[in-house]
Design a protein around this ligand. Structure first.
Ligand SMILES: *[C@@H]1O[C@H](CO)[C@@H](O)[C@H](O)[C@H]1NC(C)=O
Ligand SMILES: *[C@@H]1O[C@H](CO)[C@@H](O)[C@H](O)[C@H]1NC(C)=O
Ligand SMILES: *[C@@H]1O[C@H](CO)[C@@H](O)[C@H](O)[C@H]1NC(C)=O
Ligand SMILES: *[C@@H]1O[C@H](CO)[C@@H](O)[C@H](O)[C@H]1NC(C)=O
Ligand SMILES: *[C@@H]1O[C@H](CO)[C@@H](O)[C@H](O)[C@H]1NC(C)=O
Ligand SMILES: *[C@@H]1O[C@H](CO)[C@@H](O)[C@H](O)[C@H]1NC(C)=O
Ligand SMILES: *[C@@H]1O[C@H](CO)[C@@H](O)[C@H](O)[C@H]1NC(C)=O
Ligand SMILES: *[C@@H]1O[C@H](CO)[C@@H](O)[C@H](O)[C@H]1NC(C)=O
Ligand SMILES: *[C@@H]1O[C@H](CO)[C@@H](O)[C@H](O)[C@H]1NC(C)=O
Ligand SMILES: *[C@@H]1O[C@H](CO)[C@@H](O)[C@H](O)[C@H]1NC(C)=O
Ligand SMILES: *[C@@H]1O[C@H](CO)[C@@H](O)[C@H](O)[C@H]1NC(C)=O
Ligand SMILES: *[C@@H]1O[C@H](CO)[C@@H](O)[C@H](O)[C@H]1NC(C)=O
Length: 642
């Protein structure tokens, strides 16, 4: 409560310090309704509200199997990946491998025999969003030129799952709440266009530009956010800093005009394109952390948000709640007849804000507040002093849907509060957890790592080591998962495993249990210094596009100019488990690829010293550029449907 009031006064003072409060934010809502955006379905904007319950009252289910919704959706999606995957693998030019014959023999009427592909985009703030965006653009057949020689377009269309965490979750969420739009289309929008996203030149403290279709100035931006969060609090729900953070994020990621207060994460399930199996399934990750705890250890419960559910496969909670009805007071896995059905709690940006709660500290960063008068700064400072450090970064999901659920194993079963934090706080900064669950039977994961591990913000394998340790070294948390062996972080750096793509878990038999092959793809400088600080809040379009282009080059190895066989090797990684499962020979080119890209088990754990990689290609000059570069993939796309 204290936090809430203090922030209210900050925002109100901020607003009062500005002159013009006249124009109505509701006009923005009307405008937004005219735009092509999917599903602002919450009953009362940002405020959760009670609705009439469905005939079968919502309840919590066990995590023993996949949800009925996911299983039904998979049948459609797996089917729909067959044609794109056939085309993709044909383009990958796997010498002496008959793609058509493979599909005819193996998959014509049985999609589950075919490769099951997952893509995971790590956390790391805007750096992770932009580098990840380059990766997804490269994998997306809708990107112009992405289906030519040396390219990887079509991998996204072949994928079953797409997981994101923190900054990677902003990328995934931004695409899905906008009808699975492409990265190219997002980048192509200009500030003048209505509803344009990713205007990172306007820092989140300042809000959108007023001009074009934008109707809010900075004062209105703050009062709009304040009004939305107050509405939720007045309706009796706990609010936390994450509510403010999520609302602010929303203007850049969901809807530039009004922040899309009514867009829920669960509404993705109603999107025709998604439910028809025309896009992979998006999953966001967050960690459980009890209020007052400051450290998130590797045995913290990992939660996931799917379009249908919030829950965990971990043996602790081991259950899933219907996401649409979070905010309802579940008890012992049921919704008591005295309790209302609540909808609208799972605001899409609140979900993204939960997965990225670490960045709450963003809005506590005074230096970024621009032309804020000193008097206001003093107020903000007082707020900071009142807040315990430990409570800055929680997202409050009270009432705890898992209250009195799995009492023996659930450490949080006796608490009516559920507080979640940034999915990277347990160091598992790549959202692999949902994709290594045996029930999902994923064959290969393309893991895009934009972590800032080293002194100069490059990844060093810390996220892989964390997931390995959790799955393999803690027998309790393992709970049926398996993870390929990975070396220590010094070895990652010494052997250059953090400087180019590396395959882990190539030998399916040499493991503790069935697990996916992981194609680890670390952020690396090709044409841009893509190691920008995690807490850098603004980027002009020149820099934004350069980092996205860099990400494109990272995953394609500069469109296969670094290694002409790279597309074939990506194809081999996709095929690997499926070849084994169907007793087929490994093509010669694939054996060569595995020799080259699989970690061979060797180590060198000497302290590598400072890691300062050179640019692989020539750096794009940012200073003095008249405008942002048009990226090759932004010019027209050869595929319009997915
Ligand atoms: C969503 O995208 C699909 C495929 O591009 C398109 O057919 C559909 O009309 C879009 N829906 C909305 C509401 O814009
Ligand atoms: C998947 O494809 C097979 C073979 O074409 C077909 O029998 C089956 O009905 C399809 N399933 C769905 C859910 O579309
Ligand atoms: C396909 O691979 C062969 C052999 O590696 C190579 O000669 C050929 O140029 C490649 N074709 C394309 C389109 O990349
Ligand atoms: C489909 O393929 C899977 C994996 O190879 C196999 O377990 C399953 O029995 C097959 N189903 C049918 C109907 O052939
Ligand atoms: C493994 O995880 C369980 C469940 O969270 C925890 O109680 C235990 O302390 C962990 N063991 C180790 C060695 O970390
Ligand atoms: C997690 O494991 C550590 C040991 O690694 C232990 O000290 C701690 O109590 C465990 N936490 C929980 C919640 O089980
Ligand atoms: C995972 O944990 C749940 C809940 O504790 C348990 O019922 C299940 O048997 C475990 N699965 C495996 C494979 O250990
Ligand atoms: C790797 O990253 C971790 C932080 O994630 C850091 O503590 C460690 O010093 C780094 N080591 C190397 C060799 O880069
Ligand atoms: C191990 O790494 C260190 C530090 O990078 C390097 O100096 C040394 O040559 C490496 N040792 C071997 C055997 O490659
Ligand atoms: C964009 O940002 C970069 C990096 O801060 C800077 O070097 C460049 O001058 C900026 N370009 C414009 C047009 O502002
Ligand atoms: C690779 O292709 C993309 C898309 O056309 C383009 O943006 C990028 O500049 C290309 N990279 C190189 C190194 O040619
Ligand atoms: C992309 O394709 C367009 C037209 O098809 C072409 O003009 C452009 O040069 C290509 N860009 C790259 C980077 O290949």
């Amino acid at each position: 409560m204290k936090l809430q009031h203090s922030l209210s006064s900050v925002a109100l003072l901020l607003a009062a310090a500005q002159e013009d409060l006249a124009s109505s934010p509701d006009a923005a809502l009307e405008l937004a309704a005219l735009l092509r955006r999917a599903a602002p379905v919450a009953p009362d904007g940002y405020t959760p509200a009670s609705v009439s319950c469905p005939s079968t009252r919502p309840s919590i289910r066990s995590a023993l199997e996949l949800s009925a919704e996911e299983r039904a959706w998979l049948e459609t999606r797996r089917n729909n990946t067959i044609d794109p995957m056939r085309e993709f693998l044909t383009r990958m030019n796997i010498t002496d491998f008959d793609v058509g014959g493979f599909f005819d023999d193996v998959g014509t009427d049985n999609a589950t025999a075919l490769p099951n592909v997952g893509i995971a985009v790590s956390g790391g703030g805007y750096r992770a969003l932009m580098n990840g965006a380059g990766a997804l653009a490269a994998f997306d057949a809708r990107s112009g030129n992405s289906t030519g020689g040396g390219q990887l377009g079509g991998l996204l269309q072949s994928a079953t799952y797409l997981s994101g965490l923190s900054g990677g979750g902003w990328l995934v969420g931004s695409m899905y709440v906008n009808n699975f739009t492409s990265v190219a289309d997002i980048l192509n929008t200009t500030p003048e266009q209505s509803g344009s996203l990713w205007q990172f030149q306007n820092s989140i403290f300042k809000g959108p530009d007023k001009g074009g279709f934008q109707v809010l100035d900075t004062a209105e931006y703050y009062t709009t956010i304040q009004r939305q969060v107050d509405g939720k609090a007045t309706a009796g729900f706990n609010t936390s800093l994450t509510d403010y953070w999520g609302r602010a994020l929303s203007f850049q990621l969901v809807n530039a005009s009004a922040g899309g207060p009514a867009y829920t994460w669960s509404s993705i399930a109603d999107d025709a394109d998604f439910s028809d199996g025309n896009a992979p399934m998006p999953i966001l990750v967050a960690d459980g952390r009890a209020p007052g705890e400051t450290l998130v250890s590797l045995n913290a419960t990992v939660y996931e948000f799917t379009p249908w559910e919030l829950g965990s496969f971990d043996p602790t909670v081991f259950g899933f709640a219907p996401l649409k009805y979070t905010g309802s007071a579940f008890e012992g896995g049921e919704l008591p007849s005295s309790a209302d059905c609540i909808e609208g709690f799972d605001n899409a940006a609140f979900v993204m804000g939960t997965s990225s709660s670490l960045f709450n500290t963003f809005i506590l960063n005074l230096d970024q507040l621009g032309n804020v008068p000193q008097a206001l700064r003093n107020v903000v400072e007082n707020v900071l002093n009142d807040l315990g450090d430990d409570s800055n970064d929680i997202a409050d999901w009270t009432p705890n849907p898992f209250f009195h659920f799995n009492n023996e194993s659930n450490p949080n079963a006796e608490s009516e509060r559920l507080t979640l934090v940034d999915g990277g706080e347990d160091l598992q900064n790549i959202p692999l957890h949902p994709l290594i669950q045996p029930v999902r039977a994923v064959d290969v994961i393309f893991a895009v790592d934009s972590s800032a591990d080293t002194e100069f913000n490059w990844p060093n394998g810390t996220a892989m080591v964390a997931s390995y340790e959790r799955s393999v070294l803690n027998r309790t948390m393992e709970n049926g998962t398996a993870f390929p062996a990975v070396p220590d972080v010094n070895t990652f750096v010494n052997l250059g495993l953090n400087a180019r793509p590396t395959f882990f878990g190539c030998d399916a038999n040499n493991q503790s249990g069935p697990h996916p092959l992981i194609v680890y793809i670390p952020n690396h400088p090709y044409v841009a210094a893509s190691n920008v600080s995690t807490f850098d809040p603004d980027y002009n379009h020149t820099q934004r596009n350069a980092i996205v282009e860099n990400g494109y080059d990272v995953v394609t190895l500069a469109n296969a100019t670094v290694d002409p066989d790279w597309p074939a090797c990506v194809g081999c990684a996709v095929l690997s488990r499926s070849l084994g499962r169907n007793g087929l020979d490994v093509p010669r080119v694939c054996s060569d690829c595995f020799d080259r890209y699989c970690w061979d088990g060797s180590t060198n754990d000497t302290d590598p010293g400072s890691f300062e990689p050179d640019f692989v290609l020539t750096e794009i000059q940012l200073a003095g550029a008249a405008s942002a570069r048009e990226l090759g993939f932004m010019t027209g796309s050869d595929v319009t449907t997915v």
